[in-house]
Design a protein around this ligand. Structure first.
Ligand code: ZN
Length: 206
């Protein structure tokens, strides 16, 4: 079956060290592109009907019975309801464990939290909220689990133009941030832009 021809597109480029919000209706398609490669996207969402219902990486692990996010998997809310379906992925390596970077994290590892841009602040600002912590789906983040169960964060495998595509399963407010960490391999030692495209399948395809 050919890919649905979008009837309307909305394209948002999110600069380095920043975030943005996108509203989606069920059936709409979201493509998230790593513009230059090697960049993590902090991906989070809340129900448009009730912002207390949010994307849960833990429930997503639970329901898919997988520590890895694969094409065909569903991303769930904290109420075990489908929020998105992952329909395309050119990378296949994402992180479902790490909380958003935040000033306290920068202080813990690098002693430079004061005034540092962070995904927690960027996602909260995008959604107009003050959540005390967010564990997003960290798209393209390359976390390796070693045989002794220690973990390390390596450079993302994504190259310029690599992307994931998700279909919304409920009315959503989606927040995206181009991760601000430049101090480690997390974003290949820099922060670069990401692009999000929302498209709507034509009536006979939806
Ligand atoms: Zn971050």
């Amino acid at each position: 079956m050919p890919a649905p021809a979008p009837s309307s597109d909305r394209r948002v480029t999110i600069p380095p060290f920043s975030g943005d919000v996108i509203e989606m209706l069920p059936g709409q398609i979201l493509t998230i592109i790593d513009d230059e490669g090697g960049q993590v996207v902090d991906f989070f969402a809340e129900s448009a009907a009730d912002p207390d219902e949010v994307l849960s990486s833990g429930v997503t692990i639970d329901c898919n019975e997988s520590l890895r996010l694969n094409v065909g998997h569903t991303l769930y809310s904290d109420r075990y309801r489908p929020m998105f379906e992952l329909v395309e992925d050119t990378v296949g390596e994402h992180d479902l464990f790490h909380p958003c970077c935040r000033p306290e994290m920068y202080d813990h590892f690098y002693d430079n939290g004061a005034g540092h841009p962070s995904c927690l602040n960027n996602l909260n600002t995008a959604l107009g909220r003050e959540r005390s912590a967010i564990t997003p789906v960290n798209l393209f983040m390359h976390t390796v689990i070693h045989p002794d169960m220690t973990i390390s964060v390596e450079e993302p495998l994504s190259k310029a133009g690599d992307h994931v595509t998700l279909v919304a399963r409920m009315p959503l407010r989606v927040a995206l941030a181009a991760c601000s960490v430049t101090e480690s391999k997390c974003n290949s030692g820099r922060s670069t832009s990401i692009t999000a495209i929302v498209s709507t399948p034509t009536a006979d395809e939806s």
